[in-house]
Design a protein around this ligand. Structure first.
Ligand code: ADP
Ligand code: MG
Length: 589
């Protein structure tokens, strides 16, 4: 590239470059606008979006408003009403103070501000398109401000091209409003998308009341309070008891001085507190507020202010850890490692437990127990839907008469011709479910056997889960979930796939929705994500006791799949020791 003379960029270019740092997508606009409303002391905030905010975003508040003569300053870079000098920065308690957001937003959209200050009788409006002022004139309005942002990124086509689908942007906006609303229960929030209400949160007098609206019924029923204080630092909030966990951290909300933040350190403190009492790969629901003197936290590390740097890291870490352990009584629970530790239950007690289970299972469900002809329990196969036999079927027939032994409630030991095999019960069930579901979805055959629930289950979803449910409803149906919207944020489930082992009163479906929500934020969830999530959460877990017929059925079905040797994530389903291996080890060869 040939060298050009060094020049200072014009303000339009500077604004657009800066916009790239602060305004990444419609959700970042919504975040900045709501923060300005909060700084203006609003008690009501109404967000309205069209097509995921890509067509328009409007945020209306009843805050103190902007005087008419100051309207042009709103769009000036480094113009702020929140600090006067550099010395104020250390003590700043408002969300904004850089005076950058409005200038950035207006440089990449058509932006209209309508406002009336509490000190003036008549309001005003000002419109700026791509950074250039179009109009400023008096306008009537109640006290407060409305900011309308249309055609975001209309003049930066490369950025516009990278926007996700409207549904994905809408969900990201829902998540932004959800997390801010969590920290301000006393403020009324509304979110309307394409004329339909997504959130309508009345001012609440406490955090639990607000949380119920935001996380849905089931999660909020499993929360307990926690709090602790030390040396001017206070932590507190709500967290789920270890009996209620999630597949990811979507339902973990962390606030520092009421500001939603992402902090690997604080997430780690949460994980450490629960480490011994919840299974690996699962996460508690946590709403954590950290109140910390303003001088001890640097919120300026990231332009969008979502990452923070904390001083006193160690104090904060141990404070959170002990607040959670005390508040949730985690110290008094038996660590999971003790329950599944290899040497804890004696072989006899496992044997007994297995027999017991077998007896109970048979007498309650079947009058004549016959392990060779009936395959009881949740693996009951439907004759019409059995998986097509493959080349592996010769191995299956060898297995028919083979003994089965469940080792540490995790592995199934059995023999095939010329070898001893050890099968991972979770990985192999995952493979079976994945293949069954894939066939059902791809062939559109709806071949999966369905088990009607005796009592239909109502599930109260979070707003984000509602959106994920709506956009994946057909595929969920193909998987065997008979579920439909039931007014407001709830759905009713009438039937589930027969082969799933972990329905847990609906937690399975919530797990799948949260998994899809997470992938959705970066790209659109495809049917592979759905299948993998279904297989992973629907499969029997390590630690679950299996009957002999259940083990036999699992192994039969595993060998009938086309890829019996690995689970959908690529982990092995089984390992084998051939007779030659054994002979070598014992010095017979
Ligand atoms: P900052 O929030 O960092 O001060 P912004 O660019 O976000 O900078 O906003 C610039 C200024 O516009 C604010 O300092 C504030 O005076 C004014 N402003 C923006 N939105 C509102 C609003 N909703 N209500 C009142 N004043 C507002
Ligand atoms: Mg601001």
């Amino acid at each position: 590239m040939s060298r050009k003379q060094i020049r200072i960029l014009d303000t339009v270019s500077i604004d657009r470059i800066a916009a790239g740092e602060v305004i990444e997508r419609p959700a970042s606009v919504v975040k900045e606008l709501i923060e300005n409303s909060l700084d203006a002391g609003a008690s009501k905030i109404h967000v309205t979006i069209v097509e995921g905010g890509t067509t328009s975003i409007s945020v209306e508040d009843d805050g103190h408003g902007i005087p008419f003569r100051e309207l042009p300053l709103v769009f000036e870079r480094h113009a702020t009403s929140k600090i006067v000098s550099a010395a104020d920065i250390v003590q700043v308690e408002s969300f904004g103070f850089r005076g950058e957001a409005m200038a950035s937003i207006a440089s990449v959209s058509r932006c209209t501000v309508t406002s009336r200050s509490q000190d003036e009788d008549i309001g005003g409006m000002m419109r700026v398109c791509g950074g250039a002022t179009e109009r400023r004139e008096p306008a009537s309005r109640n006290r407060g401000t409305t900011i309308l942002v249309e055609d975001l990124f209309f003049n930066t086509p490369a950025r516009r091209k990278y926007l996700k689908t409207s549904a994905a942007e809408k969900k990201a906006i829902t998540n932004v409003v959800t997390s801010i609303a969590m920290a301000y229960p006393e403020i009324r929030f509304q979110l309307t998308a394409d004329t339909a209400p997504v959130l309508d949160l009345l001012a609440a007098d406490s955090l639990p009341a607000r949380v119920k609206d935001l996380l849905g019924g089931p999660a909020s029923e499993h929360l307990s309070r926690f709090e602790a204080e030390e040396g001017g630092i206070a932590v507190g909030g709500l967290a789920s008891r270890p009996t209620w966990t999630r597949p990811n951290r979507i339902q973990q909300f962390i606030f520092i001085n009421r500001r939603p933040v992402k902090s690997p350190l604080l997430s780690q403190a949460i994980a450490t507190a629960y480490k011994e009492v919840i299974p690996p790969g699962r996460h508690p629901v946590v709403i954590l507020f950290l109140q910390i003197p303003f001088g001890e936290v640097d919120i300026n590390v990231h332009p969008a202010k979502t990452e923070v740097r904390l001083m006193l890291e160690r104090t904060v870490f141990s404070l959170i850890n002990s607040a959670l352990r005390d508040g949730l009584n985690l110290r008094e629970l038996t660590p999971l490692t003790d329950i599944t530790r290899p040497d804890s239950p004696s072989l006899d007690s496992i044997n007994e437990a297995q027999n017991d289970y077998l007896k109970r299972h048979f007498t309650s469900k079947y009058s004549a127990p016959d392990s060779n002809s009936v395959q009881p329990g949740l693996f009951d196969s439907n004759p019409d839907s059995s998986v097509a036999p493959s080349q592996a079927s010769s191995e299956v027939s060898q297995l028919r008469s083979a003994p089965f032994w469940q080792l540490h409630r995790t592995y199934i030991c059995t023999q095939i011709k010329g070898a001893l095999v050890i099968i991972d019960q979770h990985n192999s069930h995952e493979r079976i479910l994945y293949n069954e579901a894939q066939a059902s979805i791809e062939e559109g055959s709806f071949a999966i056997p369905i088990q009607q629930l005796l009592f239909p289950v109502h599930l109260e979803l979070s707003p984000a889960q509602v959106q994920t449910f709506q956009s994946n409803q057909t595929q969920l149906q193909a998987l065997g979930f008979v579920a439909e919207a039931f007014g407001g944020q709830s759905i009713i489930v009438q039937g589930i796939p027969s082969s799933v082992k972990n329905w847990s009163e609906g937690q399975l479906l919530l797990d799948i929705l949260d998994d899809l929500s997470e992938t959705d934020q970066s790209s659109n969830a495809d049917s592979n994500d759905l299948l993998a999530s279904f297989a992973c959460h629907g499969a029997i877990r390590a630690g679950q006791l299996l009957t002999i017929p259940e083990m036999q059925n699992l192994v039969d079905k595993l060998f009938a799949t086309d890829i019996p040797l690995s689970c959908p994530h690529g982990r092995p389903t089984l390992i084998q020791f051939t007779i030659e291996d054994l002979e070598k080890r014992f010095g017979r060869r």
